[in-house]
Design a protein around this ligand. Sequence first.
Ligand SMILES: C[S@@+](CC[C@H](N)C(=O)[O-])C[C@H]1O[C@@H](n2cnc3c(N)ncnc32)[C@H](O)[C@@H]1O
Length: 348
Amino acid sequence: MASLRIPVPSASLLSPPPPRSPHLVHHCRPSSSSSRARTPLMAMASSSPPQLQELKQGIADFYDQSSGLWEQIWGDHMHHGFYDSDADDVSLSLTNHRSAQIRMIEESLRFASLLHPDSKIPKRIVDVGCGIGGSSRYLAQKFGAQCCGITLSPIQAQRANALADSQGLSDQVSFQVADALQQPFPDDEFDLVWSMESGEHMPDKPKFVKELARVAAPGATIIIVTWCHRDLNPSEDSLKPWEKELLQKICKAYFLPAWCSAADYVGLLHSLSLQDIKVADWSPNVAPFWPAVLRTALTWKGLTSLLFSGIKTIKGALAMPLMIEGYKKGVIKFAIITCRKPEQAPDV
Ligand SMILES: C[S@@+](CC[C@H](N)C(=O)[O-])C[C@H]1O[C@@H](n2cnc3c(N)ncnc32)[C@H](O)[C@@H]1O
């Protein structure tokens, strides 16, 4: 497999960082190097190459700017919905789409065998790339679990904590600004490691997967739901030029590094001796999502709110047709990849 240390496309110029509010409550144990848990974003990235730092800041700013608008229209889940593959998308209401987002969580748990009556109920969960915490609150309530969410966006972390407070969940869930590639948690900590549509932002996939495996407790389940490019054919060593060009435009709009395939993820999980690796292409089950997002953006409320939500959000909205094109042409795949950390460390 080609190296998955992935080049970062140029993002916008760095703007001054907004005030940081790292939030750590008792049930999210910091790693022994506790300074990591409290290090603000810019300092955390100080040893990164400037391009990586720029990407992280771009992601933080993008979600700082756009999360309020998203929540106003779509609610607290910032991920695709899961639909029957023959769903008639135009007749679906916003309520149907929101239910489809909850279904995405349920289908992911089912795929990872966590809904099986014999499976162990997760009690400690990490939500890697948590947005405003929709998955964390849902999973904490469903399983009666403790959940720690991390995001690069201070506004998201703040909002996620406020929503947890207002829903009486602040004893169970908490959110903080932290980097998924350097998580502020000890080894072997969580029995469910959850990454819902954050992997596509990670510039170093091997490091990302290694961190997911590090914080997973022995026997824990890891669930990665993410945007990928199509798997390459045996005769190919890269995507076609037009495919690369399309993805590159999407990268610029959504602050993504270059993409990898689901097969690349599977290879990485194998290389870490993770077990029960499963993968599926759910692209047909998410097909109605982007056309629906585009339709909501084109309403009067969507357009007026968009105007006031900053240039990054507007650029993101303009890229929606590219996502639709990417799925239609089969370049973009919506993948779920799950696995289990062995109960015992493999002999080396
Ligand atoms: C599309 S949103 C998904 C949010 C959430 N998982 C959900 O489903 O509602 C992507 C999230 O990934 C987070 N993210 C991206 N790169 C990250 C990184 N290196 N470390 C931590 N979070 C990251 C963003 O801050 C954002 O919260």
